[in-house]
Design a protein around this ligand. Structure first.
Ligand SMILES: [Zn+2]
Length: 152
């Protein structure tokens, strides 16, 4: 009985904490602007979960070998081998480098989407979908403004 009571108290405690400090709050707390040269638009996308207009990114046509890094903290996120043309107007990747991102579910626009953000600085990058054409089945739809490409 005692054990049950303890478990129940723990559960109530956890529920209370998570309603006072929702997960989003935790993420917001870890977000940090590290690059002082970010433009206003980059800040809106990365720290207020904005989205750039489709077909505006120069990186859409980037086909060189190399790596894509976080524009805020420099974290290495994608290899050029994972990039593909999804036709959506945003740079798209079939997989991220291990540990590059963390994810959370968002419910904007009335549907459930998996948002992902840089594991190092917390900056928002895009959404990941399960309709990718490659073996991974994933499609990382990334705002080009959040990325810096470094050719090999
Ligand atoms: Zn970052």
């Amino acid at each position: 009985m005692n054990l049950l009571k303890r478990k129940f108290t723990k559960f109530i405690g956890f529920s209370l904490i998570s309603s006072i400090f929702p997960f989003n709050f935790l993420i917001a707390a870890t977000k940090k602007i590290l690059n002082p040269n970010l433009s206003k638009q980059q800040k809106t996308i990365m720290f207020k979960e904005g989205t750039e207009r489709p077909f505006t990114s120069e990186l859409l046509h980037e086909k060189r070998k190399g790596f894509y890094h976080c524009a805020n903290c420099g974290n290495k996120l994608f290899a050029s081998t994972a990039k593909f043309d999804s036709g959506t107007g945003w740079p798209s990747f079939s997989e991220a480098l291990p540990g590059a991102f963390k994810t959370k579910i968002d419910y904007n626009f009335g549907r459930e989407r998996v948002e992902y953000h840089c594991a190092k600085c917390g900056a928002h990058h895009g959404h990941v979908f399960n309709d990718g054409p490659r073996e991974s089945g994933k499609r990382f739809c990334n705002n080009g403004l959040c990325l810096i490409f470094k050719p090999e």
